[in-house]
Design a protein around this ligand. Structure first.
Ligand code: UDP
Length: 398
């Protein structure tokens, strides 16, 4: 199949770990590669966010990234992109009219890509598959007035959910939310994200440890909802342990985290190491005794899976995708969100027991390898594409 992946703000060529670059960038890059492995011809359309970007870039065999001119050619926060989605969609449609390359199916990532995808694909009879990655209703519920999404987001997401041929939910929690939004259950496919099992392995170099402190590692974009502040507040309950946080630290959030650490008198045990290149991530995971993934809410959450694939036990909050990936008391411990005390106790108990950590590690590795390969994810996504294409053909021939 010719497959168009639309990822308006999250380029598969960008390095994850910045405020607006994270799991979606990793997801789109890996999904494109895995679909190409299955023999498909992939084009990834992302917004041109710099003047020097070539129009088309060959990412690997079978995957071309196309930079779409929509809005100024400069980096913009994703919450400022809505006004350019009309142009994005029209450009795609024109392109497919003129080009010899027209997609058999369009797969949109994030709600704004869904708008562009429907604008281009609907009039041309091309089926659209939608992955939201995050939902406005959930964000609003947790962030309230701090949510900077455009006010139209929730309404648009409902419309996209109803108009798309298939909607991919990445976890059971998201599927429930989609049904509540009015997406017909029969059009939802539950397909979890994958993890790069060639890169994230238990064997290989580990970042050296300077002292003797047990290490808790946490990885992610340094935004409030990722729960790094609660992790720091949990440290007083975990004597001795050091906490290493990976993710771009150039924001006000880094300053806030440092002051939380000072207020808890644990600043000497907290290290913000900044953005880590994808290739160096496995060595950081391997260096940790336990990996903490403690967001307030989480649409999917790649970092616990990466930790599991490196054979590391995970302490995670019992939210969103983490309820599916982390099996409580088997591959890790689940704790309530925004509860530093319970989190601290779970970390301390795990760090004290070599047996428990060993048990969790091997179960975690086994679970990541058997259930979360990109090949498995791509095969299930491919099935969703075929259903979407098949339903259109049936509708035309009926
Ligand atoms: N990441 C990275 N370097 C960093 C911080 C994060 O490569 O300094 C990667 C991390 O390994 C993971 C992704 O960014 O692949 C974050 O994905 P996740 O689903 O955990 O969070 P999201 O960004 O989607 O909220």
């Amino acid at each position: 199949m010719r497959i168009a992946l639309i990822s308006e703000h999250a380029s598969p060529l960008a390095a994850p770990g910045m405020e607006d670059a994270g799991g979606q960038n990793t997801h789109v890059a890996a999904l494109a590669a895995a679909l190409a492995e299955l023999g498909h011809d992939i084009r990834v359309y992302t917004r041109r966010d710099g003047p020097g970007r070539p129009h088309m870039v060959a990412m690997r065999d079978g995957v071309t990234v196309v930079h779409v001119p929509a809005g100024p050619p400069e980096p913009l926060p994703k919450d400022a992109l809505l006004p350019y989605m009309g142009d994005f969609g029209r450009w795609l449609g024109d392109r497919w009219d003129q080009d010899t390359w027209t997609p058999d199916v369009v797969h949109a990532h994030f709600w704004m890509s869904g708008l562009a995808a429907l604008t281009a694909a609907n009039p041309r009879g091309i089926p659209v598959v939608q992955t939201f990655h995050a939902l406005g209703v959930v964000k609003r519920r947790h962030q309230g007035a701090a949510d900077t999404s455009p006010p139209q987001r929730i309404g648009f997401e409902r419309r996209i959910g109803r108009l798309a041929d298939r909607v991919i939910a990445q976890c059971r929690d998201e599927a429930r939310e989609l049904v509540r939004m009015g997406v017909p259950r029969s059009r939802i496919a539950l397909v979890p994200s994958g993890v790069d099992l060639d890169l994230f392995t238990p064997d290989g170099p580990a970042v050296e440890r300077l002292g003797r402190r047990p290490r808790i590692l946490s990885v992610g974009r340094l935004v409030e909802r990722k729960g790094f502040a609660e992790l720091i507040r949990a440290l007083p309950y975990v004597p001795d342990a050091e906490c290493v946080i990976a993710g771009a630290a150039s924001t006000g959030e880094a300053r806030r985290l440092r002051s939380v650490a000072e207020a808890c008198a644990v600043e000497h045990r907290v290290r913000l190491i900044g953005q880590v290149a994808v290739a160096d991530m496995p060595a950081w995971y391997r260096s940790a005794d336990v990996v903490a993934a403690v967001p307030w809410y989480e649409p999917f959450g790649l970092t616990p899976l990466e930790a599991m694939a490196c054979g590391r036990p995970v302490v995670a909050t019992a939210v969103g995708g983490l309820l599916d990936t982390v099996v409580d008391r088997v591959t890790g411990d689940l704790v309530p969100p925004r509860d530093p005390r319970t989190l601290g106790h779970a970390l301390r108990r795990l760090l004290r027991s070599d047996m428990r950590r060993f048990g969790y590690s091997s179960a975690a590795l086994d679970r990541a390898r058997t259930r979360y390969s990109w090949q498995r994810t791509a095969t299930q996504v491919e099935a969703a594409y075929r259903t979407a294409v098949g339903a259109r053909v049936e509708a035309v021939t009926r």
